[in-house]
Design a protein around this ligand. Structure first.
Ligand code: SAM
Length: 348
């Protein structure tokens, strides 16, 4: 038998779950606060947000993300709530961008775009290279109805600001597919994709609103929306040509118009679940680890960290939680239970 040069350390094997899925992606929520009140993301009543002391500090975020990267996580997306409301966001980006040398491949932010025009320069200077902007309607009144804020102009200005940075391209725009809204607006989104070069992706509405906005009937499926797209655009733009997936864990089915101009994608977690390829973990703003959007339980990392846990002790907690990652989300199965948190509290 060959003698080992040194005993294996807890961090030596990449993070995996009990179903053999390697866990490579981490969403990190930097705050649960948001200026918008999107009807699919939070209940309509007044929201209260976490006090600052309950949020992970910049040092704590850096420490935990470093541990995850040591364990094989390669993609980190900063989210919220709305990440740009956190004043320290450029510093968080700066610290995490430095992990690129240590194994991190991709660092991105998902934002509602409201503060982008004001804050983008600092984020790019801090090392940001990838951006997703959420935008569900291009009509002012409709945008205000969905987000409960009259702020379309600011979001569009934010997108324009992002266009000034070639390194951020392609800019991705995410829209939640909403019945009665998205199929009507699909032509304007197609035009936006073609004229501005944004990759626009529609995601099916999941039961994460924390209230009663979701029902199976409210889900406009990716297949329905693709059919609506094909019916709404000029014949010369068709057929839609599938764009090959770069990564098997990629969740969107992306299509390019026949003339090669413009891309639209569909993320179909409800009608075509992709749990078998899910490689994601989520860290909430207060430092609990969630292994599925629909987890009923979670693992506190902030408490142990603030009580002096060593990196190896944190690794053990992470590994055990990851090992128990849920097989699938169970939306639509009998007995399905929505999670105890809504999307803005989880970190989308
Ligand atoms: N505020 C940021 C933003 O708007 O991108 C980051 C957080 S937000 C929760 C992240 C993404 O989750 C957004 O694209 C949002 O549209 C999506 N989202 C929220 N609730 C959803 C739901 N019930 N179903 C599907 N997507 C949802």
């Amino acid at each position: 038998m060959t003698a080992l040069a040194r005993p294996l350390r807890l961090t030596d094997a990449p993070l995996a779950d009990g179903f053999g899925r390697a866990l490579r992606s981490l969403r990190v929520s930097v705050t649960d606060a948001c200026q918008f009140r999107c009807l699919y993301c939070m209940p309509s009543e007044e929201m209260s947000f976490l006090p600052a002391r309950e949020l992970l500090s910049v040092d704590e975020i850096e420490r935990l993300v470093r541990i995850f990267v040591d364990l094989g996580v390669r993609n980190v997306r900063l989210t919220g709530g709305e990440p740009l409301v956190r004043r320290e966001l450029p510093e968080i980006v700066r610290r995490l961008a430095a992990l690129r040398g240590g194994g991190l491949d991709d660092l991105s932010i998902t934002t509602n775009g409201f503060l982008l025009e004001r804050k983008l320069a600092a984020l790019v200077a801090a090392g940001l290279r990838r951006l997703n902007v959420s935008l569900d309607s291009l009509v002012r009144e409709e945008f205000a109805r969905i987000t409960r804020r009259d702020a379309l102009a600011q979001v569009l200005a934010g997108l324009r600001a992002a266009e000034a940075y070639p390194r951020l391209r392609p800019i991705k725009v995410n829209a939640v597919a909403l019945r009665g809204t998205s199929e009507v607006a699909i032509r304007s989104f197609a035009e936006m994709a073609r004229q501005r070069g944004y990759v626009i992706r529609f995601i099916e509405f999941m039961p994460l609103d924390g209230g009663d906005a979701w029902s199976a009937d409210a889900v406009l499926t990716g297949a329905e929306l693709k059919a609506a797209l094909e019916a709404a655009v000029p014949r010369e733009w068709l057929p839609l040509v599938p764009v090959a997936m770069a990564d098997p864990a990629q969740t969107s089915r992306v299509y390019r118009f026949a003339d090669g101009i413009g891309e639209i994608g569909f993320i179909n977690p409800v009608s075509e679940p992709f749990c078998d390829a899910c490689d994601r973990l989520r860290l909430t703003a207060e430092g609990t680890l969630r292994t599925c959007l629909f987890s009923q339980g979670e693992t506190d990392l902030r408490g142990p960290m603030r009580s002096g846990a060593s990196d190896d002790e944190l690794v053990e907690l992470v590994r055990e939680a990851a090992w128990n990652k849920e097989l699938k989300h169970h939306i639509g199965d009998p007995g399905f239970q929505a999670p105890p948190r809504n999307m803005s509290q989880i970190g989308g």
